[in-house]
Design a protein around this ligand. Sequence first.
Ligand code: NAP
Length: 288
Amino acid sequence: MSAVRLDGKACAADLEERLKQRIAACQVQPHLAVIIVGNDPASHVYVNNKIRSCERLGIRSTHIELPEDTEESVVADYIRSMNEQEDLHGILIQSPLPKHMDEESLTELINPHKDVDGFHPVNLGRLVQGRTDGMIPCTPSGVMEMLRWAEVDLTGKKAVVLGRSFNVGMPQALLLAARGADATVTVVHSRTKDAKAECLQADIIVAAVGRPEMVQVDWVKEGAIVVDVGINRVDDSTRERGWRLAGDVHPDVEAIASLLSPVPGGVGPMTVAMLMANTVTAAEFMSS
Ligand code: NAP
């Protein structure tokens, strides 16, 4: 068996077409603000992707770039002022913030209706309640959208989520187990006794550990669906730049899986597309 590619770029393009129609019908122009602090090169690439995506869709964007040594109170003031701004619908603080800042406290300052990352405790709490119509974290909701797009029936299937972070693994597990998706979910983390044995039982594996190519071909049951969330930079002297991107899943898994998302071109584009979707949802809600 050779896996069919779970093409995040194509799925994101389909979603963008639907978003364009919603934006055209929206009473206001959706407006997203992105705050980035410091010089982390990968974060700047991610923010530029988000801004470009806004431009493609006709979403207005405001891009606030602050130096590494900015005081936390300055970021807090920006958030408070953006909360009040009626023509601004989404606020995103690019992670990671410099070490001297408390990301959780800053996230809690964001008006939950404008929390397009879905990380505010109100939005994560709604997810625990099974309410999947609000601001849901973009990466796990992007995975769900890809699975819907590929017409995967999750009902009663055994899903294993590798990773239990608040931004990916835990919300992913909740979404897979939610009514309507109805998978039976196991969460694997760094204290799990035998991650390989758990994975071998899975019909669906979502890998979000940040460990390059951890999921090997002999971890996967024949015909399983494998979604690779990982983005890891690994040394590669054969490349001119000296590195390449690797997922959390070994590429050999292609030989045994039925569907496999690539890295890059899998979950990454979906994360950005879901951010756009959350921004449009926020604008629709605030203008209705
Ligand atoms: P994170 O906060 O570092 O969480 C990693 C999780 O993996 C933790 O729960 C950790 O367990 C678990 N883990 C680590 N080593 C493990 C091991 N050997 N066996 C089993 N579990 C292990 O990372 P994250 O933010 O969730 O991101 C995970 C990956 O996804 C990263 O590569 C990140 O770059 C990528 N990512 C991609 C996108 C995208 O758009 N494609 C978006 C977000 C993140 P403990 O809780 O026990 O420590």
